[in-house]
Design a protein around this ligand. Structure first.
Ligand code: FDA
Length: 305
């Protein structure tokens, strides 16, 4: 119930203004967001790298409504790729298609993504297309397939959400064409016709698709903080003789730092998703939706200051 409330609030302009103008809620957001500038994000990446954790940079923003904003978002992704190379840090880049103009048309968006991918290819880096709400699932996968004709699997990858009933078939297709998949449970409100309403079904689908990816996919990314599933992945990989170098675990900035560090110490590849920028409001609300107790945890910490 609270989950739906936070996700609904993530789309409300009045709630956005309220939270943005309030110093307490701004301070709360800094648990999940590395800062407002690229430099702040790079500092966070350096600190992660020092602890043996890789990163993926995410310049926050979604659903832009002008061509200029889409171009500016692609410019920022390119600047990220260049800054990563110049700083010599271990990081790649994640982008959202609606931030690069998908609501304004496939052609504009494709053109912007291609600019980013050209830069990634030139620098030998990798860009992941994040997955957004279900109105964009098919369009994202279509655009991704189109891009894969020109860019190899180590230049561009995408994301599959296990809460969608369609996802197993999508996973199978992406495995067949050698694509790199990040597997997540899914962070949006979706109707029961297309998504499993019960968490147990989402978790079961995650386990099945995770094992498929581990067994057959090219360098899958298992993005979850669910310790039971992570343990299961470790057990499955060990039993099937799948080397630790053939996949990675991914987690979010500010969530389960202990687990991220433990897995890195145990020799697994761990990548942390590092968001930054001024457009942190919808991202922050989705993080509260995943674990409403966060709001009490953070308020408690702020009260102790
Ligand atoms: P689950 O929600 O079952 O949580 C398991 C445990 O993890 C909880 O009990 C809690 O301890 C901890 N936990 C989870 N979320 C927390 C939070 N916010 N704060 C504190 N503790 C928390 N989604 C999407 O739709 N499209 C995308 O492209 C991406 N991309 C992405 C990248 C990366 C690297 C990650 C880790 C996640 C995403 N997601 C995403 C989000 C994903 O869909 C999902 O909402 C979250 O990962 C939470 O689900 P878990 O798998 O962690 O399990």
């Amino acid at each position: 119930m609270l989950r739906q409330v936070f996700i609904a609030l993530s789309r409300q302009a009045w709630a956005y203004r309220l939270i943005l103008s309030n110093p307490v809620s701004r301070a709360m957001a800094w648990r999940f967001v590395a800062g407002e500038t690229r430099e702040a994000a790079l500092d966070a990446v350096r600190a992660l790298n020092a602890r043996g954790i890789r990163a993926t940079l995410d310049y926050l923003g979604e659903n832009v409504s002008t061509r200029e904003e889409a171009i500016a978002a692609a410019d920022e992704a390119i600047a990220e790729l260049r800054a990563i190379a110049a700083a010599g840090v271990d990081a790649n880049v994640s982008i959202k298609l609606t931030q690069l103009g998908l609501d304004l048309g496939d052609d504009l968006c494709r053109e912007q993504v291609r600019r980013v991918l050209d830069c990634a290819r030139e620098l030998g880096n990798f860009v992941r297309l994040d997955m957004e709400g279900s109105p964009y699932t098919q369009r994202t996968l279509d655009l991704f397939r189109d891009l894969r004709r020109d860019y190899d699997a180590d230049t561009v990858g995408t994301v599959i959400q296990t809460y969608l009933r369609r996802s197993q078939a999508d996973v199978e297709r992406l495995i067949a064409d050698g694509s790199r998949v990040r597997l997540v449970k899914g962070a949006y409100n979706e109707p029961p016709e297309i998504a499993y309403p019960d968490k147990a079904d989402v978790d079961r689908a995650y386990r099945i698709q995770m094992e498929l990816l581990l067994a057959r996919a090219h360098y899958p990314a298992l993005a979850t903080h669910d310790e039971r599933l992570i343990g299961r992945a470790q057990g499955f990989a060990a039993a099937e003789g799948i080397a630790e170098s053939r996949f990675e675990f991914q987690m979010l900035y500010g969530v389960r730092r202990d687990l991220q560090e433990r897995l890195a110490r145990e020799g697994y590849n761990v990548r942390c998703y590092v968001p930054y920028g001024t457009q942190w409001y919808p991202y922050f609300m989705r993080r509260l939706a995943e674990r409403p107790a966060n709001i009490f945890f953070i308020l408690g910490n702020l009260a102790k200051r």
